[in-house]
Structures are given as C-alpha cells and as structure tokens.
Design a protein around this ligand. Structure first.
Ligand code: TYD
Length: 238
C-alpha cells in the first residue's frame, strides 16, 4: 500500500499564499501510528501505555484523537456525536471528514514534520468501518472523499484492537452513550467485521486480540511495534 505525503497539496497552498514550499516531506522523521477498534475495546488505555513507555525512553509522543485534536475538531466531534441530533449517514461521514481535514493539517502534519511519534485514537479506518461497514456507504465513495480530507496522508501502521463487541459495549455507561454508541448490536457487529476485513486486505492494518488482560494486550502491541519499527521501540537497556 502506497503512502503519500501532503507535499503536493501543501505546495498548492504555499503557491496560493506565496510562502516558500518546503523541500521536506511532511512525514519525514516522524512516525504515525493509529489505534482503531469498536467502542470500549480499550484503545485509550493501550495508547496511554504505549505513550508512557515511549516517554520512559526519553521520547515526546503526541497523543491525540479523531474526531478532535483541535478546537474546531472537538466542535465538529460534538455535533457528530450529539445524541439529540438525527444525522443522515452521508452528513455523518462529511462531518468526520471535515474533522479529519483539520486534524491532518493542524495536528498530524506539523507533528510529523517535527519528527515526533504521533499516536492517534482513530483516523480514517474508522470511516471505512463505521460509515462503510456500519452505515453501508460504498467504500469507493469514502475513499474518494477521504483522499481529499487527508491529502493522501497514511499512517505507518494501524493497530486494530479486536475484541468481543458485546463485552466492549457492556463496559460503556449506557446512559452516557453518544449518538453512535447508541446504535444497536448488529451495527457494532458490522463495524467489528469491517475492521477484520480491512486488516485482512492490508498489511499496514494489524489486528491485535484485545480480549486478554491489559498487560497481555499491551505486550502484543509492543511486540508488533518493535517488529515493525525497531529503532523507535527497541527494548530498554539495563
Ligand atoms: P471514540 O473514539 O470511541 O471515543 P470515546 O471513547 O470518547 O467514545 O468516539 C468516536 C466515535 O466516532 C466512535 O463512535 C466512532 C465514531 N467515528 C466514526 O463513526 N467515523 C470516523 O471516521 C471516526 C474518526 C469516528
């Protein structure tokens, strides 16, 4: 799977504004890792564990989430997940993509340019799983619009936490469930199935069994990251 940088799109912007275009690829030096999965599968806990382990190694990872990551992104997130609103699936997709357009340009791009490790709770795979698998929007349509939103920026790796949907949803406080969490079990099962299919189709999408203890799941994630990116995730000395 090809990974493209934002450079061509950024050149267009810089031509318009007259600023000098950067000779550097925006993702040069940085590492972009995305955590994905169904609701309540433990993404946030695992991202925090990975970030803490990187900090112990003297690194300064950026931990962020999508939709969100900026004031505009959080505002779009609030609309997208507001359970008092009824949103057509296409409107839902376009909100996610609007949040992504901001996220890529204001959060991820600059952090990668600065050479940082970016750990994100969700990115574009969520659109293929939720709006594609869950809502039934054809993935070809999502792909086209997603290209526009991301400028072609792909993560170096997606870590999909694969858990039991019933158990995961059971962990969530029902009364506090947002607009998407409130969908029925069949919806969330389709999302889980879509993630498995996406992992089967793409070597940059790794499925990790998330049904074990937190430490065991963390061990599996770390082993995966170490195998793919040994310079960043090398074992500690001493
Ligand atoms: P989530 O990341 O699960 O956060 P929390 O743990 O605070 O609930 O919530 C984000 C929700 O947005 C989740 O239901 C998945 C959904 N989502 C999409 O449907 N499509 C997308 O493209 C993205 C990024 C998220």
């Amino acid at each position: 799977m090809k990974r493209r940088s934002l450079i061509s799109e950024w050149s267009i912007t810089t031509t318009i504004t007259g600023a000098p275009s950067s000779p550097e690829l925006p993702n040069a030096g940085g590492l972009f890792i995305v955590f994905e999965g169904v609701e309540g599968v433990g993404k946030t806990t695992q991202i925090e564990r990975v970030a803490a382990a990187l900090r112990e190694r003297g690194m300064d990872p950026l931990v962020t989430r999508e939709p969100g990551g900026t004031a505009a992104g959080e505002a779009i997130r609030a609309v997208a997940l507001d359970r008092s609103l009824i949103l057509d699936p296409v409107a839902e997709l376009l909100l996610m993509l609007a949040a992504r357009a901001v996220f890529v340009r204001e959060v991820v791009g600059p952090a990668l340019e600065a050479g940082r490790v970016v750990l994100s709770d969700r990115y574009d795979l969520s659109s293929f799983a939720y709006q594609g698998g869950g809502r039934g929007i054809p993935s070809s349509k999502i792909q086209l619009l997603n290209e526009l939103a991301t400028g072609g920026l792909r993560p170096h790796l997606y870590v999909v936490l694969d858990g039991d949907v019933e158990t995961s949803l059971g962990r969530r406080e029902k009364a506090a469930a947002d607009r998407i969490e409130r969908e029925d079990l069949a919806f969330h099962r389709r999302v889980g199935e879509a993630y498995r299919q996406l992992a089967a189709d793409d070597r940059d999408v790794a499925l990790v069994d998330a049904r074990g203890e937190i430490e065991a799941v963390f061990g599996a994630i770390w082993g995966l990251l170490l195998g793919r990116f040994p310079e960043t995730f090398e074992p500690r000395m001493g």
